[in-house]
Design a protein. Structure first.
Length: 542
C-alpha cells in the first residue's frame, strides 16, 4: 500500500495535542485459552478508566488488556456499550488513566493522528475531505489520504487536542472515522447485560450509573453470570452506591451461600455504618441471618433466629413500618411460636399491608396448632379474596394451597376446581411435573380419565426420565383399555429403570390383556424376580 501523508511541522502542533498523545493505548484481546485474538488501539476519554476503541477486536474475546503510553498495563474490566454498524465501543479498565477530551463540535480542515508510541509522540497531520452526519448530531469523517494498517483505531484530534474520531480503514483502503462523541456518549442501562452484540464478547458489561438501573443489572447478573462476574457487579454496586443497602445484602448473601458466615457478618456490620437508612440496614441484616438459619445446617454461634428478630426490632424502633412487623412475624413462626405468629399475622391483615400472603401465613399457623380444618379453610378463602379481583397470577399460590387442602380433605371436586383455576392463572408460565401429577391423581378420584391421561403426559414431558410417571400412565391406559399404548409406555418405563418392577408388571398385564401370553409371562417373571409379589397372581391366571 502506498502511504501518503500531508505533514505539517512540529511547531504547528499545540501543547494540547502533545498532551493528548499520552492518552493513546494499545489494545490486545485474548481467547479463553490465553492465545491472542486481536490487536488494536484506542484512547482514554475519562480519568477513571473510560476508553473508546473499535469493537471488532472484542468479538469472541474472553478477556483483554491495554498498555498506555507510559507502558502501564490495565485489564479491561467491563464493556459499557458497542455498535456493530459503526464498529466502535466504550469500555472501562481497572485503574486511573490520563484522559483526552472529546470534541463536541464538528472538525474541518487539518487534524492530527496520534499514533501509539512509548517514546517521542508520533503525530501526523491529515486533511478532512468531507463530513457526513448521522443520527442528526454525530459526524462521520472521510479523509483524503491513506494510513498504515498499524494505526487502526488510533485517535484523530483537533488543534485543541480534543478527540474527533478513531481511524478506521474501508475495504478499499480509504480512511474514515466515526465521531468519538458517539462512542463516548454510550451509557449502560439495566438491560445492557442482555444486549445481543455485547453477548458476543466474554467480558462482562458495565454497571449503570443510575441506581435503579444498576439494581436491575445486578438482579439479572445473579441469574445469568458466573460467581466471579456476579461478585464484580456487587462490588461495583457498593463502590458506586455506598449508602445503599442492596449491595451489602447481595454480598453478604453470596458469602452465606458459600458458608462464609463471619465474612457475611462483617459486610452487614459495614452496612450498618455506611448506609443512609439505618432501619433498612437492620432489616436486611435480619433477612440475611434469617435465610441462613432457614436453609443452612452449618452452625455460626453469632447468629440465631433470636438475633434476626432483634435486628428486625431495631429496624422498627427507627421506623415503625408494617413490613418490619411482617418480618418479625415470619421469624416468630420459624421459632415455633405459632400462636404468637398467628396473632401478629392477623393484626397485619387490619393494616394497609393486608394481602393474601398474610392470611395464608395465618393458615399455616393454624395448621401447626392442629386447629379444626374449617378454620384453616376460612383463612385460605380469605387469602384468595384479599388478592386483586379479578384474580391474577398473584393469587395463584393461594388458590393452589386451597386446592391441596381440599384434596387432603378428600373434597376432590373442589380441589379440582382450584387446580384448574391455578393452571389458568399461571397460563403461559411453566408448571412443574409435580403439579400435573397432583392434579392427575385428583382427576382419577373423580373418574376424569382423559384429563388424567393428559396430565400424566404433561408430567412426562416436563420430567421425561421419571419412571413413576410412565408406570402411572401405563396403569391408567390399561384401566381404560388402551392396552397397546400401555405396552409402549411400560416398555419405555423398563428402559428407563431396568430394576423398577412396576414397569415389568404393567408390561405383563398389558400384554396379557392383548393375548400376548409369551410376552406377558416373560415380563411378569421379571417383575417377580425383582421382588414384586403381585406378579404371582397374574402368572397363575396365565
Amino acid at each position: 500500500m502506498s502511504i501518503v501523508f500531508s505533514i505539517s511541522g512540529v511547531l504547528a502542533q499545540s501543547a494540547q495535542v502533545q498532551k493528548a498523545s499520552k492518552s493513546v493505548f494499545t489494545l490486545t484481546t485474548f481467547n479463553k485459552d490465553g492465545s491472542i485474538l486481536a490487536s488494536s488501539h484506542g484512547v482514554f476519554v475519562g480519568k477513571d478508566g473510560e476508553a473508546i476503541s473499535t469493537w471488532a477486536p472484542f468479538v469472541g474475546a474472553d478477556h483483554a488488556v491495554v498498555v498506555d503510553a507510559n507502558g502501564k498495563t490495565y485489564n479491561v474490566d467491563a464493556i459499557v456499550g458497542a455498535n456493530e454498524l459503526y464498529d466502535v465501543c466504550k469500555f472501562i479498565v481497572d485503574g486511573s488513566t490520563i484522559k483526552a477530551d472529546v470534541a463536541s463540535t464538528e472538525a474541518n480542515g487539518n487534524v492530527f493522528l496520534l499514533n501509539y508510541s512509548l517514546k517521542k509522540a508520533d503525530i501526523k497531520t491529515f486533511k478532512i475531505a468531507s463530513v457526513e452526519k448521522f443520527m442528526d448530531k454525530y459526524n462521520y469523517y472521510i479523509f483524503s489520504t491513506t494510513a498504515p494498517d498499524n494505526a487502526s483505531s488510533c485517535p484523530f484530534v483537533n488543534n485543541n487536542g480534543q478527540v474527533i474520531g478513531l481511524l478506521q480503514h474501508s475495504k478499499n483502503g480509504d480512511v474514515h472515522a466515526t465521531d468519538a462523541k458517539f462512542a463516548s456518549d454510550m451509557v449502560a442501562n439495566g438491560f445492557t447485560i442482555n444486549d445481543a452484540v455485547l453477548r458476543t464478547c466474554g467480558i462482562r458489561t458495565a454497571l449503570p450509573d443510575n441506581e435503579n438501573q444498576a439494581l436491575l443489572t445486578m438482579m439479572m447478573a445473579s441469574e445469568q453470570t458466573d460467581s466471579i462476574s456476579r461478585q464484580k457487579y456487587i462490588d461495583d454496586f457498593i463502590r458506586k452506591f455506598p449508602s445503599s443497602t442492596e449491595g451489602y445484602t447481595n454480598k453478604a448473601s453470596s458469602y452465606v451461600n458459600g458458608g462464609k458466615f463471619e465474612e457475611a457478618d462483617k459486610v452487614m456490620q459495614t452496612a450498618l455504618e455506611k448506609v443512609a437508612k439505618k432501619d433498612e440496614a437492620h432489616s436486611e441484616y435480619a433477612k440475611v441471618i434469617y435465610q441462613k438459619e432457614l436453609f443452612s445446617n452449618k452452625p455460626y454461634t453469632n447468629w440465631s433466629l433470636d438475633k434476626a428478630l432483634e435486628e428486625s426490632k431495631k429496624a422498627s424502633a427507627i421506623n415503625d413500618l408494617d413490613v418490619y412487623r411482617h418480618q418479625q412475624a415470619q421469624i416468630t413462626y420459624s421459632k415455633g411460636e405459632y400462636q404468637n405468629a398467628y396473632n401478629m399475622f392477623i393484626a397485619l391483615t387490619k393494616t394497609k399491608l393486608r394481602n393474601g400472603e398474610l392470611f395464608y401465613e395465618a393458615s399455616q399457623c393454624k395448621t401447626q396448632l392442629k386447629a379444626p380444618q374449617n378454620e384453616v379453610m376460612a383463612l385460605l378463602d380469605s387469602a384468595v379474596a384479599a388478592c386483586p379481583q379479578p384474580l391474577t397470577s398473584i393469587a395463584a399460590p393461594y388458590v393452589l394451597a386451597r386446592g391441596i387442602a381440599y384434596d387432603a380433605m378428600k373434597n376432590y371436586h373442589n380441589a379440582l376446581v382450584d387446580y384448574n383455576e391455578y393452571d389458568s392463572l399461571m397460563s403461559g408460565r411453566p408448571l412443574n411435573s409435580s403439579f400435573y401429577y397432583t392434579r392427575y391423581k385428583c382427576e382419577l378420584q373423580v373418574h376424569r380419565f382423559q384429563q388424567a391421561l393428559n396430565d400424566i403426559a404433561r408430567a412426562i414431558i416436563v420430567t421425561p426420565k421419571e419412571p413413576t410417571y410412565y408406570a402411572e400412565m401405563a396403569s391408567l391406559q390399561i384401566r381404560v383399555k388402551k392396552n397397546e399404548d400401555a405396552v409402549k409406555t411400560a416398555t419405555r418405563c423398563t428402559m428407563l429403570a431396568p430394576e423398577y418392577p412396576d414397569g415389568y408388571l404393567l408390561l405383563g398385564i398389558a400384554n396379557k390383556e392383548l393375548g400376548n401370553k409369551d410376552e406377558a409371562k416373560k415380563a411378569l417373571e421379571k417383575a417377580k424376580s425383582l421382588g414384586d409379589t403381585r406378579a404371582d397372581e397374574y402368572l397363575k391366571k396365565l
